[in-house]
Design a protein around this ligand. Structure first.
Ligand code: BGC
Length: 337
């Protein structure tokens, strides 16, 4: 069942998607996932994502809680790139680099939307040629579909000029219902390799094997056991804030919280995910008056390689005129009793 539960100013709505298993509250502002309510092993319902109390806070603050991020997630080195001998200049909004689509990227835009059926919402946004410095009129859809325990998110886009695209969702998961930080959550990532970053979080181009490092999550292991280890990359990232490169094509990431029995499985058509342990949350107040600090959530940002335009011979983030970008990530929330 899908229901509009609040209509706010400027065509911003709060929409509830609900079935027997899950309740997901979203907004057409930034296609933001505001709440994910699920049971624990004793049938207690709690919210397993971080978020703010009001839309105003989503509009004013950074951190991208629950937001859809675009046109290009993560960083573009020095905020500039060339395509077909033309140089494009983007906002520098994170140290010396461009981050998450710029000052007013997709996370800060209001989308049109249509409720298609009992399970499906399609959000739509036309990003104009030159918006935030990117070329091409980009026609973009995000489809959110709630079926049983799973939220399926599909992104499609096409452009009238060659351009860049790398869409992700920036939800901060905390399966304890924010009773504790994420240290007791176990994480499993089907990735043999990860990408190194510099002190500003920009991938350097160096790819490392996870073996014999705190980045080895090939077998499930508590995050708290890995994150405090001595490692230059953990120091540079201030925790985990790195692209993990998948070696499987489905169910690549599993997050589990043994005390509550809650388990999240992320499956994606994308080749990697930025794993970010909320390193820069700084005591801000969220929903339910909770205080959000570093390590209070984990983002599993499925995407192509950040800064691919500078790092890859054939950048995976180029969308050619007339071609269709289509990627799906699903989030399955289950309880292990
Ligand atoms: C980035 C972090 C950044 C955060 C902003 C993450 O995707 O990798 O470095 O601070 O988003 O909320």
């Amino acid at each position: 069942m899908i229901k509009i539960i609040e209509k706010l100013e400027n065509n911003i709505d709060i929409i509830q998607m609900k079935n027997e298993e899950l309740e997901v509250v979203v907004s057409n502002f930034g296609c933001t996932i505001i709440k994910v309510l699920m049971k624990d092993k004793n049938d207690k319902i709690e919210d397993v994502v971080l978020g703010y109390k009001t839309i105003k806070e989503y509009q004013e603050y950074d951190a991208y809680l629950g937001a859809l991020v675009g046109r290009v997630a993560n960083r573009i080195g020095k905020g500039t790139f060339s395509l077909h001998n033309e140089t494009y200049t983007l906002a520098i909004n994170n140290g010396p680099n461009h981050l998450h689509g710029g000052i007013k990227g997709f996370s800060y835009q209001t989308f049109d939307y249509e409720i298609i059926d009992e399970e499906t919402i399609v959000f739509h946004y036309l990003s104009k040629d030159g918006e935030e410095g990117y070329p091409g009129n980009l026609d973009f859809d995000a489809t959110y579909r709630l079926v049983g325990h799973t939220l399926f998110v599909t992104y499609t886009a096409s452009s009238d000029k060659d351009t860049l695209i790398n869409i992700t969702n920036h939800s901060y998961f905390n399966l304890s219902g924010k009773k504790e930080n994420i240290y007791q959550h176990t994480l499993m990532i089907k990735a043999n390799q990860y990408a190194c970053v510099d002190k500003d979080g920009l991938p350097t181009g160096e790819i490392k094997e996870v073996e014999n490092s705190p980045f080895d999550f090939r077998k499930e292991i508590e995050i708290g056991k890995q994150i405090e280890k001595e490692d230059i990359q953990l120091t540079l990232g201030n925790g985990f804030d790195h692209p993990f490169i998948f070696n499987e094509e489905s169910n690549q990431v599993t997050l589990y919280h043994p005390t509550s029995g809650r388990k999240l499985t992320v499956s994606t058509t994308l080749p990697q995910a930025q794993i970010y342990t909320a390193n820069y949350l700084d005591g801000r107040i969220g929903k339910y008056d909770d205080v959000y600090n570093a390590r209070d959530g984990i983002c599993i940002e499925t995407q192509n390689m950040p800064d691919a335009i500078h790092l890859e011979g054939e950048p995976t983030t180029i969308l050619k005129k007339g071609e269709v970008y289509e990627e799906t990530t699903s989030y399955t929330f289950e309880v292990i009793k």
